[in-house]
Design a protein around this ligand. Sequence first.
Ligand code: ATP
Ligand code: MG
Length: 190
Amino acid sequence: MYNLVIFGAPGSGKGTYSAQIMEEFGFDHISTGDVLRGEIKNGTELGKTAKQYIDQGQLIPDSLMIDILASVYDSKKGAKGMIFDGFPRTIVQAEALKAMLTERGEKITRTLNLIVKEEELMRRLLKRAEIEGRADDNEETIKKRFAVYENQTKPLIEWFRNEGVLTELTYDGDRAKMDASISAAVKAIL
Ligand code: ATP
Ligand code: MG
């Protein structure tokens, strides 16, 4: 199975490009953000815990995320490919993903790092706030999420590079070009 990590700052387009790749290549998808928002909506214990972190722009504790990830992954066995959207977000999560895949005879096939300027990210997230009304898409919380990204998540780029799986794609303002780069990057691993 192809195991593709979609990586990038909040608002970089991880969800959007996951949808494109699912449609074009028939991959399945795990979005940890969507999983957590589903738990919140259903009022589960996990949802109650997650909400406290998400509303503050903080990450959910690694141990909790790692358990969730493994159970969702196992529930989607048999897919042609799997997209990891929003996971890993810390080095601990990356090591756990690697271990989980190794236990199952799998590995990270490739990571696509979506590089987008911070002003464009802010613009997109504020626009999304108007459309989707996500509680964490307000300017104050977005700034906290950017800081969390810089401190806890961005160091993973080097981790992926060391694993030899990193592909970097920079958005230069041309959406069609970015869409095509994503397709080409996925075709290259098939
Ligand atoms: P994008 O806009 O690119 O899809 P995002 O960062 O805006 O990404 P999500 O991936 O949906 O949004 O994550 C929303 C929140 O859910 C995070 O700020 C965090 O609190 C929590 N979360 C999601 N994935 C993880 C994870 N792997 N580890 C810890 N917390 C997570
Ligand atoms: Mg998302």
